[in-house]
Design a protein around this ligand. Structure first.
Ligand code: ATP
Length: 299
């Protein structure tokens, strides 16, 4: 095989419940992942291990084998007992450090692409296991759709989801570091002597997904990292307020931010919302996307 290209979606967390800090430094999460039609493409060809990155906003993405996609290729090669001889090109559309798991998506895409390039045809369950060792969000990028993630987010169960949901994403200038946002979340909780209880999936949210009820879903969106993201980037409050003022059914910071997600009633409403938000200068760029979409897919 000469070249393999995989398309991989971004995610938005419809619910991100963050439990108490564990002894290993992670938090137990209740994470409802939703894959949306904002894609990176990863192409692999035989060659010396290298990573090239293309796209309009790729600042901070390493163009070296240290890139998460390069690490995924090395991990798979090690698992198969072959040399990681692969030149990787990433075409990025998913915002960098935007809370939409772009790096994890590229790692998942590289796993799937190299599996095909090296004609390994590993079972999906094995790819999912390898994905889990690369990072908590990597297995979901392989799986796609809508899923509940427990543990660090890597223990996944697909969730029933009817119809299509329409989203507007407000991309911000610059990213937010995920570890910094979790640390800020811990700091805020400690400062308020908050007793952090065990998070549970929201029955209202799961019902809204199953019924394809956008209005109910909008009301049930929740992200425990949002206060921390807002403390670190106060300007996001204006973005969220503008979305609500313009009639979004729901709005929240995506994952660790700074991307903000707005749920629209339908495709036309999403276009109106994007135009309105674009007019008030609360985001670097506005993009529309729908979900759920499949996970990493060979093209
Ligand atoms: P998450 O939503 O999983 O918390 P994120 O979307 O906020 O992650 P990423 O875009 O995955 O953040 O990038 C975080 C950091 O990882 C980047 O700033 C960059 O230094 C590094 N990185 C390594 N490989 C990649 C990649 N392929 N794409 C983007 N960032 C990468």
């Amino acid at each position: 095989m000469n070249a393999v290209t995989v398309r991989v979606p971004a995610k938005v967390n419809l619910q991100l419940g963050v439990g108490p800090l564990r002894d290993d430094g992670y938090h137990d999460l209740v994470n409802v992942f939703h894959a949306v039609s904002l894609f990176d493409e990863v192409t692999v060809v035989p060659g010396e291990l290298s990573v090239a990155v293309e796209g309009a906003s790729i600042e901070g993405v390493p163009a070296t084998p240290d890139n998460l996609a390069g690490r995924a290729a090395r991990l798979l090669a090690e698992h198969l007992g072959v040399e990681p001889e692969v030149a990787i090109t990433i075409r990025k559309e998913i915002p960098v450090a935007g809370g939409m798991a772009g790096g994890s998506a590229d790692a998942a895409a590289a796993l799937l692409a190299c599996d095909a390039l090296w004609e390994a045809n590993l079972p999906f369950a094995t790819l999912m296991e390898l994905a889990g060792t690369l990072g908590s969000d990597v297995p979901f990028a392989l799986l796609g759709g809508t899923a509940l993630g427990l543990g660090r987010g890597e223990k996944l169960t697909p969730l029933p989801c009817s119809g299509e949901f329409h989203w507007v994403f407000a991309l911000a200038d610059g990213g937010l570091s995920t570890p910094a946002v979790y640390a800020e979340c811990d700091r805020i909780r400690a400062a308020h002597s908050e007793r952090v209880s065990w998070p549970h999936e929201s029955p209202a949210l799961l019902a809204a997904l199953a019924e394809g009820d956008a209005e109910a879903l909008g009301a049930a969106l929740a992200n425990d990292l949002q206060p921390a993201a807002l403390t670190l980037r106060p300007s996001l409050q204006r973005t969220l307020t503008a979305g609500r003022d313009f009639g979004a059914l729901g709005s929240l910071v995506s994952g660790s931010g700074p991307t903000c997600a707005f749920l629209a009633a339908d495709a036309t409403h999403a276009l109106d919302l994007a135009v309105a938000l674009g007019g008030v200068g609360v985001a670097r760029t506005l993009v529309r996307a729908s979900g759920p979409v499949p996970g990493a897919t060979l093209l």
